[in-house]
Design a protein around this ligand. Structure first.
Ligand code: PEP
Ligand code: MG
Length: 570
């Protein structure tokens, strides 16, 4: 079965199928007003008990939860006490005369459908959290259909439709060597937790996974996103070998952690990490990252009901600065719009959201929100080496206008008597083709560039990065995209500014030598990808990289380029 590999590694073991039956509607309707009040009170009480349960899991010394697990439980508590959830349930009890359990089942179902239908992968991943809190409330209303996992036998591979964040947090996973789920996405919490615990996982396997039975023999390939059920002996032998090779390779890579990323002829390269919150900082250093090349701050604005205040944002950025060991942290101002929506910020539905009201365009329109974020970053800048990066810049006026708002933020802080780094560096994402082509103009206005290949590719090729129907056309190795990247690096260096690259291309081993040959000196990627890229850098020299670059630029199709780069890698 093919799914999405979200936590790398290979496991061979026996299946345990997590049984989960859906809670069923009873259909009982309420008669009197007294019954209605009683059901509302029962609902409130069940929510209170569910909150208490999460609080006690959080403070349990037996479990001694990691900070990110605690944060996930905080999110669950926030969802449980969400005013909209409460209002919808009470509406069903009073207007439709539903009993409290039926009201909860129906409201949760609507929320889950809403989130599952969202374009954004992160928001789709939140459906599991909502299902989870629904199950908890139903448990206290005596209506849950849920059965929690027993003690697992050694070498268990857990198979499930989906695993909720709180289930995985409280599960005794000491004997678990893998997870496979029917649902889920790269950014679902289950995936995040499995990865943080180093357990191979494959999510999004689809309904076919439902055919697996307890004790089936399973091979789980978290690298390629594959699940084999009762495989033949030859496949098992093949995988025993692959597993040994992988373990050797992973051990070797991990040992590179403290080794600098320097080519064999002495060229120093910076390998930084992309993060979504200060909690990701531990991983950055665990995998040998040298700082943060992209802090996607909009992730901090999701999963909430209101915009974070200046003080709250100050807390987020100060936390990142304090954990940064004085290494650079590039904080990108919010990039909402496009596929990233905020539930409390009513953006109008647009025909072409990626070409519409997004990122810097929103910030320059709603400067009262932008200035809050800039003030918060400035205040945090005395606690570490923070830099500001502006997303989706398409012309120089936007940069000038944003710098004007930054100047206002500084003046206000001076007036308020608050300390900040007056020389904070300001850079831009190069992710719109016009910005790439006019890199010489932009370079005069900013301190650094970071190339966002995810968007640069979609805008250059007119291929929506979210649309599966055209995903075969989404091609960072298209000669047009490569020419733009090379031009930006060249112009950045000509104007003596720092150029990094923080799109997914930075973590693609096929692209590493080509980008090195173009002169790229700073690669930023998910922390776990750093060792593999470092391994390529320390085993090659710049002459090889430049030759690859020269040859590639003479080729006329990505087909030819990819075949060449793949061949060169072997
Ligand atoms: C990019 O576009 O390459 C990028 C890094 O930004 P995001 O993926 O957040 O749009
Ligand atoms: Mg982008």
């Amino acid at each position: 079965m093919k799914g999405i590999g979200v936590s790398p590694g290979i496991s061979i073991g026996r299946a345990f199928v997590l049984g989960k039956t859906e809670a069923a509607l009873s259909g009982v309707l309420l008669g009197s007003e007294a019954e209605i009040s009683q059901e509302i009170a029962q609902f409130d009480q069940a929510v209170g008990q569910a909150v208490d349960e999460f609080e006690s899991i959080k403070s349990s010394t037996d479990l001694s939860l990691a900070e990110e697990d605690q944060a996930i439980l905080d999110t669950q508590i926030e969802l449980l006490t969400d005013p909209q959830l409460k209002a919808d349930v009470i509406e069903k009890i009073t207007a439709d005369r539903k009993n409290s359990a039926d009201a909860v089942i129906e409201v949760i179902k609507t929320f889950v459908q809403l989130f599952e239908g969202m374009d954004d992968e992160y928001m789709r991943g939140r459906a599991a959290d909502i299902k989870d809190i629904g199950d908890r409330i139903l448990k206290y209303l005596g209506a849950a259909g849920n059965s929690l996992p027993p003690n697992f036998e050694p070498n268990t591979i857990v198979i499930a439709e989906d695993i909720s964040p709180s289930e995985i947090i409280i599960m005794d996973i000491s004997q678990v060597i893998g997870f496979a789920t029917q649902a889920g996405s790269k950014t679902s919490h289950t995936a995040i937790i499995a990865k943080s615990k180093g357990i191979p996982a494959v999510v999004g396997c689809g309904d076919e996974l439902g055919t697996v039975r307890n004790d089936d023999m399973i091979i789980l390939d978290g690298i390629n996103g594959l699940v084999y059920v009762n495989p033949e002996r030859t496949i098992i032998d093949d995988y025993l070998e692959k597993k040994a090779t992988y373990q050797q390779w992973a051990g070797k890579l991990k040992a590179l952690k403290d080794q600098p990323a320097v080519t064999t002829d002495g060229k120093k390269i910076t390998l930084s990490a992309n993060i979504g919150s200060a909690d990701d900082m531990a991983d950055v250093f665990e995998f040998g990252g040298q700082g943060v090349g992209l802090f996607r701050t909009e992730l901090l604005f999701m999963n909430r009901d209101t915009f974070p205040t200046e003080d709250e944002q100050f807390g987020f950025y100060k936390n990142a600065a304090l954990r940064s060991k004085n290494k650079p942290v590039i904080i990108r101002t919010i990039d909402i719009g496009g596929d990233k929506q905020l539930p409390y910020f009513n953006l109008q539905v647009e025909l072409n959201p990626f070409l519409g009201y997004r990122a810097i365009r929103i910030c320059l329109d709603r400067t009262e929100l932008f200035i809050i974020q800039l003030k918060a970053i400035l205040r945090a800048s005395v606690f570490g080496d923070l830099k500001i990066m502006l997303p989706m810049i398409s012309n120089v006026q936007e940069v000038r206008a944003a710098k004007q708002v930054l100047a206002e933020a500084k003046t206000t802080l001076l007036y308020e008597g608050v300390a900040f780094n007056n020389n904070i560096k300001v850079g831009v994402m190069i992710e719109v083709p016009s910005a790439a082509v006019t890199a010489d103009i932009l370079a005069k206005e900013v301190d650094f560039f970071s190339i966002g290949t995810n968007d640069l590719c979609q805008y250059t090729l007119a291929v929506d990065r979210m649309n599966e129907k055209v995903s075969h056309l989404y091609d960072p190795f298209n000669p047009g995209v490569l020419r733009l990247i090379s031009h930006v690096i060249e112009q950045g260096h000509k104007h003596h500014i720092h150029v990094g690259l923080c799109g997914e291309m930075a973590s693609d081993p096929i692209a590493t030598l080509l980008l090195l040959g173009m002169g790229l000196e700073d690669f930023s990627m998910s922390a776990a990808s750093i060792p593999a890229i470092k391994n390529i850098i320390i085993n090659h020299n710049m002459d090889e990289a430049k030759a690859i670059y020269k040859n590639v630029m003479e080729m006329d199709s990505s087909e030819e380029i990819l075949a060449y780069l793949k061949g060169h890698r072997e």
